[in-house]
Ligand binder design. Structure first.
Ligand code: PGA
Length: 249
């Protein structure tokens, strides 16, 4: 039985004051949630503010990115140990926006994932095809490359995969539950090749325009084990409704 994860990716949004405001309202709304792991990835500058309010509760913190070295002359970067020190237990690696705007490759994402696991962080490893790749019929080839190259040497324990079709991110176009399941099933089969039976324990999240009104149908699919939520995670009510999908809020 895989415990679902609902993860908020705030991207470059919310100051520490706005983070505090969000968490103060959000925390009591989800305080009774036991069967779903809740993760929030604020910007680095808001981690401390979030950590102060989340200590001892049922909401975990994530970094949105990480560098693969432990320390040194890497201006602007944040190490896995620094994220641990800032109370993170998760980190997002290889997000399509990092790949698209900041030169992230399968190779750098792979190094980051390994370094993050070495520091004891659970990696949320993002993969997904662009619209051109989907239209050219290359979706499975891309997912295969991103998993085999990106996850080489990465352990199953401490790994979560996020399938985020690039054409669905921030566009309002969600993959249909069937499209998501098809991709997730393919990813699971790749994970079986890499990890054998342990592949069954790896949560595969869906990301891309997840909203309160589409989460239940996505979650009804066998290989969809949660969601990585961007836009809809910025508002307390909508993220709480996603976390508590299928219940009255
Ligand atoms: P979105 O972003 O929910 O705004 O589409 C998802 C993501 O990029 O993780």
């Amino acid at each position: 039985m895989r415990v679902p994860i609902m993860a908020a990716n705030w991207k470059m949004n919310k100051t520490s004051g706005e983070t505090r405001e969000f968490i103060k309202t959000f925390k009591p709304l989800v305080a009774d949630v036991r069967e779903t792991e809740i993760v929030i990835a604020p910007p680095f500058t808001s981690l401390q503010a979030a950590a102060d309010l989340l200590e001892g509760g049922n909401i975990r913190l994530a970094g949105q990115d990480v560098f693969y070295e432990v320390s040194g002359a890497y201006t602007g970067e944040v190490s896995p140990l620094m994220l641990k020190d800032a109370a993170c237990s998760y980190v997002i690696v290889g997000h399509s926006e990092r790949r698209q705007y900041f030169g992230e490759t399968d190779e750098t994402a792979n190094r980051k994932a390994k370094a993050a696991q070495d520091a004891g962080l659970t990696v949320i490893f993002c993969i997904g095809e662009t619209l051109e790749e989907r239209e050219a019929g290359n979706t499975f080839d891309v997912l295969k490359r991103q998993t085999t190259e990106g996850l080489r040497g990465v352990r199953a324990d401490g790994l979560v995969v996020a399938y985020e079709p690039v054409w669905a991110i921030g566009t309002g176009k969600t993959a249909s539950p069937e499209q998501a399941q098809e991709a997730h099933r393919f990813i699971r089969s790749e994970l079986v090749t890499m990890y054998g039976g342990a592949a069954d324990t790896i949560r595969i999240l869906y990301g891309g325009s997840v909203k309160p009104d589409n989460i239940s149908s996505l979650m009804s699919k066998e290989d969809v084990d949660g969601a990585l939520v961007g836009g809809a995670s910025l508002k307390v009510d909508s993220f709480a409704a996603i976390v508590k999908y299928g219940q009255e809020t």
